[in-house]
Design a protein around this ligand. Structure first.
Ligand SMILES: C[S@@+](CC[C@H](N)C(=O)[O-])C[C@H]1O[C@@H](n2cnc3c(N)ncnc32)[C@H](O)[C@@H]1O
Length: 152
């Protein structure tokens, strides 16, 4: 959803699901809007099907909700975290840094409506270099990491 050009050949979109939903949307002519998930690669971010050091840039945008209604549009759009979300996100970070080239960039997107970003950042040893808050309530974070800690 956040790509300016979803057909950009440099982008590999990975997700766990391939599905289409009809969402109610009063601003459209028919009152509905299609929500399509059609990833290039069906994959699990905890165990990615790519060799180490494949990418210069990785974007991790995992679900951020632990509770939402089973039929809610938020649940359809973003899915929700499982009971083992700490382990899942720890594995997700680890996989992102594995598939990045040395000094590659990880962009991590997080909305702290239900879980504080500080708690999530405790699930990786890597530290973000900088970031930005946005959204109506400033709860959405875009954080930028560079693979590899500086030598001390
Ligand atoms: C916040 S949405 C990402 C939206 C995406 N950035 C976009 O622009 O379309 C989170 C996505 O993570 C996917 N997801 C959840 N668990 C996953 C996993 N273990 N591996 C891969 N994708 C997963 C969900 O299906 C959901 O589409």
């Amino acid at each position: 959803m956040f790509w300016f050009d979803q057909k950009d050949e440099r982008a590999v979109f990975g997700d766990q699901r391939r599905e289409t939903h009809q969402l109610k949307d009063k601003s459209t002519k028919g009152g509905f809007r299609e929500l399509v998930f059609d990833p290039d690669v069906l994959m699990d971010f905890r165990d990615m099907p790519f060799p180490a050091g494949t990418f210069s840039l990785v974007v991790l945008d995992p679900p951020h909700l632990i509770s939402c209604g089973p039929k809610s549009w938020l649940g359809k759009k973003y899915r929700k975290l499982g009971a083992d979300w700490r382990d899942d996100l720890r594995a997700g970070f680890s996989e992102c840094f594995r598939v990045l080239k040395p000094e590659g960039t990880l962009i991590f997107k997080w909305n702290e409506d239900q879980i504080k970003v500080s708690e999530v950042l405790g699930l990786t040893d890597e530290k973000p270099l900088f970031g930005n808050r946005c959204g109506r309530t400033a709860k959405s974070h875009w954080l930028v990491f560079m693979k590899g800690q500086p030598a001390s």
